[in-house]
Write a protein that binds this ligand. Structure first.
Ligand code: PCA
Length: 203
């Protein structure tokens, strides 16, 4: 099985994005599955274009997109992507859409197609704080999950797609004003998610 795992570039004035820091440290192989890691620009338009190219080039069996969720106190496994762009800040291309769609003719929402509940269960069994989330927001992360699910719905057989939000790293919140999680635990969380998706979990 081939699993594409993506992280994002830093945005909003941050120097690093924990999603890419964690993704790039994943092994190339978990069990029998190959992990392909790529960094995606934190831009509404370019993120979808880059993902489109990766799906065509790599033809993965599953896609796990990962992003930073500043202020989160645990791993958030996203269940839903909505057809809405409504940005509180500009993306890295300077775009700040209000009340736009991701795909003009697309459905209002898609559900993630990775086993979200099972991933949360196994993360907790491994003492990694995690929960299901029913909103990935309306910024670039939601946009990317929506694009992934919209595109994959047109591929036969459809790759399974999902999104995992990670908290800040400790170095991003040194004054303790927001929660954080260690890089080691984030990497373990993503490895666990990949294992569950590949059906190779050890419980
Ligand atoms: N988090 C943002 C976009 C990029 C990222 O890492 C989000 O939650 O939409």
């Amino acid at each position: 099985m081939k699993i594409l795992v993506t992280g994002f570039t830093p945005f909003g004035g941050e120097r690093i994005n924990p999603s890419w820091e964690a993704v790039r440290r994943l092994p190339d192989c978990i069990g029998g599955s190959e992990l392909i890691k790529r960094e995606i620009p934190t831009e509404f338009d370019a993120s979808g274009v880059v993902l489109h190219g990766l799906l065509a080039e790599l033809r993965p069996d599953a896609v796990i997109c990962v992003g930073q969720y500043g202020g989160a106190n645990c791993i958030r496994v996203e269940r839903v992507a909505v057809n809405l762009r409504d940005a509180r800040i500009a993306d890295n291309a300077g775009r700040q859409p209000t009340d736009e769609t991701v795909v003009p003719s697309g459905p209002d929402a898609y559900f993630a197609t990775i086993p979200t509940r099972e991933i949360v269960d196994v993360l907790r069994e491994r003492d990694i704080p995690a929960r299901l989330s029913y909103s990935a927001g309306t910024f670039v992360c939601n946009n990317l999950l929506y694009c992934a699910l919209h595109e994959s719905a047109q591929i036969e057989p459809a790759p399974r797609c999902g999104f995992i939000h990670v908290p800040y790293l400790p170095e991003q919140t040194k004054d303790g004003s927001a929660p954080s999680m260690s890089l080691e635990l984030m990497v373990k969380a993503l490895e666990t998610a990949a294992e569950v998706i590949a059906g190779e979990k050890e419980r």
